[in-house]
Structure formats: C-alpha cells, structure tokens
Design a protein around this ligand. Structure first.
Ligand SMILES: [Zn+2]
Length: 630
C-alpha cells in the first residue's frame, strides 16, 4: 500500500479504533436511542420506500446523509442492531451500480453520490469490505469519462471537495495516477472558495439565494484549499501546504469578521446572516463545519482548527438537539429567548425554523445531523507516522492502535470540557518507544504536564502540540492540566460573550417546555421563558470576573441536561428592562456600557449546549447612582 499522497500531516485511525467512554459514550448512546436509532421508523424519507433501497420514495440526498452518520455511529458503538441496519443500505447501494459505473437514483446529479461515497469509504474503513474499492474504481472511471462534458453544477459545484476526498481515499490504496487527474478535474470544476471568501465576500444578511453565500455550502467549501493540498507535488509540499494553510486562515478570519457570531461559528439562516446575535445557524452548517475542520486538522495539522472543532462540538452541536436527542432545530440562535412557531428575521427560512422537532422547516438537517458526534469521536486521536499518536481533541475515550508494530491502548479519563484535567493511562504489553503529541489549546495560558511524578515542559510547537517521546511502560499515566479561566469575548457595540476553556457560557434563561400536540416524529417542543432574559453583565465588577465562583460537578447521564449542568458560574449583572424583543427574537444588545441604577443581581452562566434558552451576547452595565437609564 503506498503512503498517503501530498502533505497530509495526520491520518485517521480505523473506524472503531476509538471507543467513546464516560460522558461521550452517554451522548452517543442517547443519539443511538433517539433521533438516529429511530429515524427509519418515524420518517418515510429514510423508510423502506427510499429510492436508495429500491423503493419509489426519496432518492436524492436524504438516504446518504442519514447513512453518513449511521455508519460511523454503528461501528464506533459496535452496535449490532445499528450495523445490521446500515448493512441493508450499503448492500442496496453496492447492488445498484450499472455496467457503466453509475449508481443510485438521483438522475444525473453528482451531488448526492458524493455523500454516498463518504458513506462507503467509512464502511470500508470499518469492515475492510473489498467490494468498496472496486465499486469506487468503476464509479470514478465513469466520472472521469463524463465530467468533461457534464461538469459539476449546482450543489455539486459548491461541494466538489467532498468528492475529491473519496477519490484520494482510493488513491491511497491503489496509487493509480489517473485518480489524481480526476481529483484535479473535480477541483477545477469546484467553486473557487478561497478567492470568494478572501476577496468577494459581502457583509450582512445575503439578500438572495446564491450557492456562494449559502451557509452550509460555505462550511463545506472551507476545506477546499486543504483538500487541494493533497494534490501538491511532494517537492513543494512545504511551500504549497504553507500557502494553502495561510489561505484558510484568511478565509476563516474574513468570514468571522463579516459573519462571525459570539460563539465562534458564523451565521447561516440559511444564507449568511451577518454578525447580530439573533441570526441563526443551521444544524447542517454545524455538522458540515465540524467535518471540514476535522479534515483541516488531518491535512494541515494545525491545532487552532482543533480548538474551533471542540468549540463547535461542545457548544453548537450539543445545543442543536434537546438534551435527550429526540428532536432538533433547523436554526439555533446565540441569543435565543423564545422557541416558537413565529416569523423571525432569518435571511431565509419559515416560522418553524427554531422549533425542536422531527423536520422543522426542511428535512436536510433531519437527515444530516447524525454525522456530528460520531465523526468527532473518530477524530479525537489521529496517527502522525508509525510511532506517534496525536490528541486532536479531548473527550473520554479508549484508543487502540499499533505503534512501531506493537499494540498500545490509551485510556483517556476526563470530564473535559466540563473538567480541566485529562488523564491518559497507557497499556502496552512490552516497554517500547513511541510518542504522544498532545494539543495545547490556544486559550490555555498555564498548562501542566506530568508522566508519573515527572513534570514535563509544556511549550507548544508551531502547530500547537507538545510531543512526549519516551520508552513507555505498561501502567504509565499522563496527566495534562488545562486550567480554564473565565474570559470575555468582545463583540460589536461594546457587548460581550463569556468563555471557560472551550465552553461558551451563556446567561441561562428559565425554560418552560411545551409539547406540540399531534406532532410527527419522536417529540416536538416550543420553549417559553420563565425568567427575565434581558440582563446586562457587570464585567467591571470591582472584584473582577476572576472572582466569580466556578462550580463543577460530575457529568450526569444526560450530559447536556439544563437541570444538571456540570459547570455553573455565578456572575453578576443587572436587569435592563428597556432591552426588548424584536420580531420574536431578543433585539440587538443596546450599546454598552449601559448605565443603570438597577440593583446588582446574580447572572447565572451555564454551558451554551445545556441552555436551549440563552443569551450568549450581552450588553455590559455600569452600576451608577445617576438615573440615566432604566
Ligand atoms: Zn439542514
């Protein structure tokens, strides 16, 4: 088998090599018992009539989207029932290939097949099923023959990088040069995301549909220069990879400058929506941005992309469904103070877009949300050469890998991101030398690291990692301390957000969950507030926000349950009664600081993912005896 082409810095471990434990196992089990495990029974679009199963029902992206999450979930949990369910779909897809290599329903559209290809590569990673490389080879031959006359268009033209990933998956196994030509052709037919996002990106909510300002497309397009780097010649790896890494930094920076929200993601509801905190983020955008970031980390090796990956997973992904993962939103808001059927100031979406349900507004997220947690779990650790494992993101898990030809097991014991210590137990049948690369998050100022009793240096390299290379013995324990200080994030007009390590903290508003009668699916809710949402933060508290007590408790069996939040910060603020609703959302935060005579009161901050009613971007207040406001 040839080594991976191009400058990819890290390689994924086989699907199933990383098993979630602790709170992450609980979260994946909730998903398996909730929306993913029950979807085929409650949603006809992935039921027995699906055209991907040979029926006369839905035959576009929804079947493949669902499988893109079901397959990794089934193999990561090693769940026989989910595996059997996935197998039925895989067999139907494999059986549905024509003599010319084309497969599946969906007419001539290249796009839904791109998702099906990702499904098959993951399935082959987990099972080694030799039918998959042969199937891909026939389809890529078909693509090479037909793309010159029938180029990528529409969704496919925006998302061509996803197709290239599967081509490179096969190339890494066969080394056939024509696959590189096909990958170059696909990239040439894909939108030039680097130019658009660095030079042509408009500010404010997009006024009309365009593929280039569609939020999910942007999240997917973000990976395009990194995927292109896989095709760079080995001789200019450093120059090519470095140039493309810089391109991606600029793309992200420009996107955040014009459309960035307080939680570190950009708006897309469902088109790019500007910076105001009532604008939404579509659930498809959340999971696709995570997948793009996982690819950026793998290809470029830059730990800052993993910082953002954690931030999106631990906050926005968690918030996109209810705590038990029975229902999801189409759009989540950073400042979300009412979840209800009502018109809102979206760039484009209907009145049900922020309700928790089976298919709010449109069914793409219903089908696509499943990939979020499983792919994150698979990406926690990656391989960096024959004798090195890299910790890309931290969460409790067990990793089995071969290093230098010998089996090694890592047992990652932590409540992170709800706790600030990560303990890694090493099991190896024989003492031998290998390296662990440990990511030091960019926000962490005073990390600590020990192996056994021995303290080690923690200055990260240019990629943001500390490398510990030594002869490891069975039973060695690594202890990584990542102390989290409460910090503020400046926003427009003097407003602020709060962070604690990778967690976005929000003013949690009391929630009344109102079941919607006669709903489809597993559950449907509106949520109304039972406490005031309109508070300002007193960040000039003379004692300093560092004095605000941080309470931690063990993560419960439902990790993102608002009534059992594992982290609570008791801050200080004051009520701002003039800050009102506008168009059924919290209005824009008033210009800060707001002078007020209102009494100082507790400002209860919880993790963003725990609070389905929340204010993440707050005005600040100065507490003054002058009666100039409120
Ligand atoms: Zn969607």
């Amino acid at each position: 088998m040839p080594s991976a082409h191009g400058p990819a810095r890290l390689a994924e471990l086989p699907l199933g090599a990383i098993r979630p434990t602790g709170w992450l196992a609980d979260q994946l089990r909730l998903q398996a018992d909730g929306q993913t495990g029950q979807l085929e029974n409650v949603w006809p679009d992935v039921g027995p009539d699906s055209a991907w199963l040979g029926g006369d029902g839905e035959g576009w992206e929804r079947g493949p989207y669902y499988l893109d999450g079901l397959v990794p979930l089934a193999y990561i949990l090693d769940d026989a029932d989910l595996k059997a369910r996935a197998q039925k779909w895989v067999e139907a897809i494999l059986a549905g290939q024509g003599d010319d290599g084309q497969f599946g329903p969906a007419g001539d559209d290249w796009w839904p097949r791109m998702v099906a290809l990702k499904v098959l590569t993951q399935y082959a990673d987990a099972t080694g099923d030799e039918r998959v490389p042969a199937f891909l080879r026939r389809y890529f031959t078909f693509q090479a023959r037909n793309l010159p006359q029938r180029p990528l268009h529409g969704w496919g033209r925006a998302r061509g990088a996803d197709n290239v990933l599967s081509v490179m998956w096969l190339y890494d196994r066969t080394g056939e040069e024509w696959l590189l030509d096909l990958a170059r052709l696909l990239l040439a037919q894909t939108h030039d995301w680097a130019t658009f996002l660095t030079r042509d990106l408009p500010a404010g909510p997009a006024p009309a549909f365009r593929h280039l300002t569609h939020g999910v497309n942007v999240a997917m397009g973000m990976k395009t220069p990194a995927v292109a780097a896989l095709l760079d010649d080995a001789v200019d790896d450093a120059a090519g990879g470095g140039r493309r890494a810089e391109q991606i930094r600029q793309m992200l920076a420009n996107l955040m400058r014009l459309h960035g929200l307080v939680h570190g993601c950009f708006s897309g509801d469902e088109w790019l929506g500007g910076r105001e905190p009532h604008h939404g983020v579509e659930t498809c955008l959340v999971v696709e941005l995570m997948f793009s970031l996982e690819q950026l980390v793998r290809i470029l090796g830059d730990g800052s992309h993993a910082d953002l990956l954690e931030q999106i997973a631990f906050n926005l992904l968690a918030a996109s469904s209810d705590a038990r993962m029975l229902a999801h939103q189409y759009h989540q808001q950073a400042n979300q103070v009412l979840v209800s059927f009502a018109d809102r100031d979206w760039s484009f979406s209907g009145p049900d877009a922020n309700v928790f349900g089976l298919e709010p507004h449109f069914g793409c997220c219903t089908a696509n949300l499943h990939q979020g947690w499983p792919k994150f779990a698979r990406s926690l650790w990656m391989r960096a050469g024959d004798r090195t494992l890299a910790a890309v993101a931290y969460a409790p898990c067990r990793v089995d890998a071969e290093l230098g030809g010998r089996p090694v097991r890592l047992d990652v014991r932590t409540g992170y991101p709800f706790d600030d210590v990560v303990e890694i137990g090493v099991s190896t049948p024989v003492t031998h030398e290998f390296a662990l690369r440990l990511r030091i998050p960019g926000w962490c100022r005073e990390p600590s690291l020990t192996v056994g009793q021995e303290p080690l240096p923690t200055t990260p390299d240019d990629d943001g990692y500390v490398t510990v290379r030594r002869a490891w013995a069975d039973g060695d324990v690594v202890r990584l301390g990542l102390p989290m200080r409460l910090r503020t994030v400046p926003r427009d007009n003097g407003a602020v957000g709060f962070r604690l390590g990778p967690l976005v903290l929000v003013h949690a508003v009391g929630e009344i969950w109102r079941p919607v009668p006669d709903h489809a699916g597993l559950a449907e809710w509106e949520i109304t507030p039972r406490t005031f949402w309109n508070l300002g933060a007193w960040v000039d508290d003379p004692a300093g926000i560092e004095s605000w007590p941080v309470e931690r408790r063990p993560v419960g069996p439902v990790p993102y349950d608002v009534d059992a939040a594992p982290v609570v910060v008791r801050g200080r603020g004051a009520s701002l009664r003039r800050w009102r609703m506008r168009d059924n959302s919290a209005g824009p935060p008033p210009a800060s600081p707001v002078a007020t005579r209102a009494p100082v009161m507790e400002l209860r901050l919880l993790p963003y993912g725990s609070a389905r009613l929340r204010v993440a971007e707050l005005p600040t207040v100065t507490v003054t005896p002058e009666p100039d406001d409120d």
